[in-house]
Design a protein around this ligand. Structure first.
Ligand SMILES: Nc1nc2c(ncn2[C@@H]2O[C@H](COP(=O)(O)OP(=O)(O)OP(=O)(O)O)[C@@H](O)[C@H]2O)c(=O)[nH]1
Ligand SMILES: [Mg+2]
Length: 394
């Protein structure tokens, strides 16, 4: 059962679009959405989010549909989850969007880095929600005098979680150090990151640009780890390109914090290619969410380049247009526009600070030798006129 709330006279279509996406998330997590309930309220009810009356209606629907799980599109507090579970038939669980996203991340995490980040995010998510009393104890003693026992148990649970989180934090710090060592080894090469909303086609484009096989799926969050490969930008000019974890609206903050080392790949890139699925009805919101995340990562506008993907699905390419900026249009799947993108990236790289193109006559031996030995050479090209090298000065 999916539950959405239209707060303060918000847009009904937007609530439905968010629930469509929530249904997709539930599907990715291995569930099936059987029905949805939308409630209108001025503000959320502190105890049940949707209000007592609506909870009765929800319980009826859950019973009628034999639903096992109720997912709210908005964040719920620990107390709200508890109140809702009490009011619903036994065994029915209540979760929010963040809980589903975490579940997907846990399913997808493969590397040690991703697993550590996911576990950290899960503990951070569960810590404030750890409010249940030990029901077997309170039932035995009729609830009287068990308060102390329950609280003690809860306290020791919390202590255990905090201890585990400290261990994970240390491990993540170590992983982050490793990553930054790797990054500094690659430092001489210009760095490009592919970023954007989940399912925008980042991995497909990564594959196109680098010629490697990657996991491409019509699923949310197919990629959880940042992967970095070399990319040829034409005429032998090389850079690194990173495929990254996708963004989504209402991405929980603790999750962003836990995924810092993965997202650092985007934050540190000299050029961010912000990929947007132009065939998605909500593309404009995806673009906005992406820009927000990039801003929170400290990526300035000048460093990012918007690229509209999946144009093969559009009836006319002019159907999607950005009001204030030019954007390249590509089809990562079919390959249209990818070479133009490569050329645009090449131009951007040549514009980066410290990058210079040096030309030497064929017999310009000495000066060329000096340049080759003192600069980082990114590309060299021979022609009738002489030798051209692209260097990066430090
Ligand atoms: N029609 C069409 N489909 C595309 C295009 N590019 C990617 N797709 C499809 O879109 C889906 C998602 O592609 P991915 O490359 O996995 O997307 P992603 O951005 O890496 O997604 P996450 O890793 O989940 O964030 C796949 O089914 C792709 O085949 C395109 O240019 N046109
Ligand atoms: Mg991907």
């Amino acid at each position: 059962m999916l539950v959405g709330v239209r707060l303060g006279g918000g847009n009904r279509a937007a609530v439905e679009a968010h629930l469509d996406e929530l249904a997709q998330l539930v599907d990715t997590a291995g569930g099936v959405a059987v029905a949805r309930l939308v409630q209108e309220r001025v503000s959320p009810d502190p105890a049940t989010f949707i209000g007592r009356g609506k909870v009765g209606e929800l319980a009826e629907l859950v019973r009628a549909q034999c639903a096992a799980l109720v997912v709210f599109d908005d964040d719920l507090s620990g107390a709200q989850v508890r109140h809702l579970e009490e009011a619903l038939p036994d065994e029915v669980k209540v979760m929010d969007r963040a809980g589903v996203i975490l579940d997907i991340f846990a399913l997808r995490a493969r590397t040690r880095e991703a697993q550590t980040q996911v576990e950290m995010a899960q503990l951070a998510y569960h810590l404030p929600r750890l409010t249940r009393r030990w029901s077997h104890l309170s039932r035995q003693a009729g609830g009287i005098g068990t308060r102390g026992v329950g609280e003690t148990q809860l306290e020791s649970d919390r202590r255990l979680i905090r201890k585990r989180m400290a261990i994970l934090a240390a491990r993540l710090e170590e992983i982050e150090r490793e990553r930054s060592v790797q990054r500094s080894r690659r430092e001489a090469l210009p760095s490009i990151a592919l970023v954007g909303y989940t399912n925008a086609g980042k991995s497909t484009l990564f594959e196109r640009l680098t010629g490697t096989d990657t996991v491409v799926e019509d699923r949310l969050f197919a990629t959880l780890d940042a992967r970095v490969r070399r990319v040829d930008l034409g005429d032998g000019l090389v850079a690194t390109v990173a495929d990254t974890v996708g963004f989504i609206r209402k991405l929980p903050h603790h999750l962003v914090a836990s995924f810092r080392s993965t997202l650092a790949e985007a934050a540190d890139a000299e050029i961010c290619v912000h990929l947007v699925d132009a065939s998605h009805p909500e593309w404009a919101e995806h673009l906005r969410v992406g820009e927000e995340v990039l801003e929170s990562l400290g990526v300035e506008r000048g460093r990012s380049m918007i690229v509209l993907n999946k144009v093969d699905r559009l009836e006319s390419p002019s159907a999607v247009r950005l009001p204030d900026r030019p954007a390249l249009c590509v089809s990562a799947r079919r390959g249209d526009g990818v070479e133009a993108l490569r050329a645009a990236l090449r131009t951007q790289v040549l514009d980066l600070p410290g990058i210079e193109v040096l030309r030497f006559a064929l017999e310009g031996g000495q000066a060329l030798q000096v340049a080759l030995s003192t600069e980082v050479v990114l590309a060299r090209r021979f022609s009738d006129q002489g030798i051209e090298i692209i260097v990066r000065r430090r």
